[in-house]
Design a binder for this molecule. Structure first.
Ligand code: GDP
Ligand code: ZN
Length: 303
């Protein structure tokens, strides 16, 4: 028989006890070797793995999992740790429309904070620029330190820039319903079918199960279809670490008069001063305060 050599692959989906893995030789189904199972208890989509193909075409074996450059995790309360969802995400794109529906800054910020808490770079996509240029929103997000893409799924404006930012990389696209996520992705790659949207949300609730993430080949990279991103939530983010999830607050943290400043109503607060001076958008501080209350609240219901 021939010598079977190991190949590199990327985990696309969990498939029962096996994984669907993309390799340069096509897709294979693979199971974890005993050693891998001990070393990496949970292999997730986006994991870069080493595969030993089965010489007779059966299940391949995952013999190694490469160190992850990022890991999106759902936090579980009361010290019960975290559940990994997807590995090696390069960018979370938060899509919002300019109007119809009107943007809700707090909703955008909440998603940006989830990305920050997972240490995944985020960018904002302002869609429907054919309806409204949305200059204030762009300035607000740039001032906060985020790259901004201005797009119209209808006219095609800005699609080339967005495509270039996604090419060859692993992306998550999230944002409020109606912002135009499906329209944008379909404009970039016609025929793409995501499981996000109202129907799958209903199915999920009905079955009361967690839908796991799925990676779709996209622009020479991957799109992580994770209906759960919005549900990853803020649980487990310490109130103390929340300010550091606002990039424009970071240089000021520790500069306030009180070391334990919550940046709410304390005197000598550098962040409140920066807002008064116009360096930080007032509604960014508002978002922070709203999310602070949430992280300080006792979790009641879980999973
Ligand atoms: P999703 O819920 O974020 O996936 O949003 P959809 O892609 O379903 O879009 C919601 C609605 O907005 C649909 O009626 C789209 O036709 C419309 N829409 C999406 N993108 C644009 C755009 O760039 N310009 C305009 N005018 N309408 C858009
Ligand atoms: Zn402060």
């Amino acid at each position: 028989g021939g010598v079977v050599t190991e190949v590199a692959g990327t985990v696309l989906e969990r498939d029962g006890a096996a994984y669907r893995v993309a390799t340069t030789d096509g897709e294979v189904r693979a199971v974890l070797s005993g050693k891998t199972k001990r070393d990496v208890p949970r292999v997730v989509v986006g994991d870069r793995v080493t595969i030993l193909p089965d010489p007779v075409g059966g299940l391949a074996t995952i013999t190694d999992v490469a160190p992850r450059k990022s890991l999106l995790e759902r936090r579980v309360p009361l010290g019960r740790g975290t559940r990994p969802i997807a590995a090696n995400i390069d960018t979370v794109f938060v899509v919002t429309s300019n109007c119809d529906p009107a943007p809700v800054p707090q909703l955008i910020d909440r998603l940006l904070v989830v990305a920050e808490a997972n240490e995944i770079p985020a960018a904002v996509v302002i869609n429907k620029v054919d309806l409204d240029p949305g200059v204030w929103l762009e300035e607000r997000c740039r001032k906060a330190g985020y790259p901004v893409f201005r797009t119209s799924a209808r006219t095609g404006e800005g699609l080339a820039e967005l495509r270039a930012a996604m090419a060859g990389r692993e992306s998550v696209v999230t944002g409020p319903s109606g912002a135009g996520k499906s329209s944008l992705l379909n404009a970039l790659q016609p025929g793409l079918t995501l499981r996000t949207g109202e129907l799958s949300a209903k199915l999920r609730r009905g079955r009361n199960t967690t839908v796991s993430a799925l990676m779709l080949p996209f622009e020479g990279g991957y799109l992580v279809d994770t209906p759960g991103f919005n549900e990853v939530g803020l649980w487990g983010i310490e109130p103390r670490e929340l300010a550091s999830c606002f990039p424009e607050f970071r240089p000021l943290i520790g500069e306030c008069r009180f070391q334990d400043c919550r940046h709410v109503s304390e005197p000598g607060c550098r962040i409140q001063e920066a807002v008064a001076a116009g360096a930080i958008a007032p509604d960014r501080l508002e978002s922070y305060r709203m999310l602070l209350e949430e992280t300080e609240a006792e979790p009641e219901e879980w999973e």
